[in-house]
Design a protein around this ligand. Structure first.
Ligand SMILES: Nc1ncnc2c1ncn2[C@@H]1O[C@H](COP(=O)(O)OP(=O)(O)OP(=O)(O)O)[C@@H](O)[C@H]1O
Ligand SMILES: [Mg+2]
Length: 241
C-alpha cells in the first residue's frame, strides 16, 4: 500500500552526517615563530554517533574543532563531512554549508551570539540559514529554550544574560536549524550540575531521535561518559582516552 518514498517522508528531515578527517596538521605562524598545534590527527565518527575530545589545555582541541567546522583551513590534511570535502569548497560555499548542515559552538559563548538580539532573535537568525521550504518541522524558539531551562529569558538581550545562560543559548542556537553534525567546544564549562545534565540529556535526545552526529570538546568526564566514544588529544595527536 505504501508508495516508494512514503516511509522516507516520515523520517526526520535530516539524519546525521558522518565525519572523517585524515592527517590533519596545523601550524600557527605567530610573530615569525611557528606553533605546532596539531601534528597528525585522524578521526572517524559514523553518522549519528557521538565523540568526546579530551586533553590538557593547549593540546589543540579548539584548533581541531575549528578545522572540523571549516572555520580554519589546516596546514595539511583532509576533512570530509557527509560527501563534502571542506578543502575543495570555496569560502562562500563553506559558509552556506556550515549554516545549513553544521551546528557550531565555539569556546567563548559570546562569540556564538548576536549580543543585542534576544534569545528568540538568535534562534530565528540561525533558522534563516535554511531555505524556507526546509524550515517546517524545526523546533520553535520556545521549545529549544524550554529544553535548556531558558524559558524565563525570552525577550532579554543576550548581553544581559549570565555566562552559563549564554552558553546554553549558544547550544540552542547551534541546534536551531537541525544540523546533521554538531561541533561543540566545552559546551558545559560554565554550568552547574543541573544545567550540565540538561545539556547531556539534550545531546542524547538529538542523537537518538534526530540522528544528529555530535563531536564535543570537554574537560568533564561526566559529559565524555555520556557520549558513544572518547579520545584524548596530546602532543598534537589523537590517543585513546
Ligand atoms: N591564533 C593562534 N596563534 C598562535 N598560536 C595559537 C593560536 N591559537 C592557539 N594557539 C596555540 O596552539 C596550541 C593549541 O591551542 P588550542 O586553543 O587549540 O588548545 P586547547 O586544547 O583548545 O586549549 P584549552 O583547553 O585551553 O582551550 C596552543 O599552544 C596555543 O597556544
Ligand atoms: Mg580550547
Amino acid at each position: 500500500m505504501s508508495e516508494p518514498g512514503a516511509s522516507e517522508e516520515m523520517e526526520p528531515a535530516r539524519g546525521g552526517l558522518p565525519l572523517r578527517c585524515r592527517g590533519i596538521r596545523h601550524v600557527y605562524r605567530l610573530a615569525g615563530r611557528d606553533v605546532l598545534a596539531l601534528s597528525r590527527v585522524d578521526l572517524e565518527v559514523p553518522a549519528g554517533s557521538s565523540l568526546a575530545i579530551l586533553g590538557p589545555s593547549g593540546s589543540g582541541k579548539s584548533t581541531l574543532l575549528s578545522v572540523l567546522a571549516g572555520l580554519l583551513r589546516p596546514t595539511e590534511g583532509q576533512v570530509i563531512i557527509g560527501s563534502t570535502d571542506l578543502a575543495a569548497e570555496p569560502e562562500r560555499r563553506l559558509i552556506s554549508f556550515r549554516g545549513r548542515q553544521l551546528g557550531v559552538v565555539v569556546q567563548n559563548p559570546t562569540r556564538n551570539l548576536l549580543a543585542y538580539g534576544t534569545p528568540e532573535d538568535n534562534i530565528a537568525f540561525a533558522q534563516r540559514a535554511l531555505p524556507r521550504r526546509s524550515r517546517s518541522g524545526l523546533r520553535t524558539a520556545g521549545e529549544l529554550l524550554g529544553e535548556l531551562g531558558l524559558d524565563g529569558l525570552r525577550g532579554r538581550p543576550v548581553a544581559r544574560l549570565s555566562g552559563g545562560e549564554q552558553q546554553r543559548l549558544a547550544l540552542a542556537v547551534a541546534l536551531a536549524a537541525a544540523p546533521g553534525l554538531l561541533l561543540a567546544d566545552e559546551p558545559t564549562s560554565q554550568l552547574d550540575d543541573v544545567s550540565r545534565d540538561r545539556v547531556i540529556d539534550l545531546l542524547r535526545r538529538i542523537s537518538e531521535r534526530l540522528g544528529t552526529t555530535v563531536v564535543a570538546v570537554t574537560h568533564d568526564p561526566v559529559v565524555a561518559d555520556a557520549l558513544a566514544a572518547a579520545v584524548t588529544i596530546a602532543g598534537g595527536e589523537v590517543r585513546p582516552r
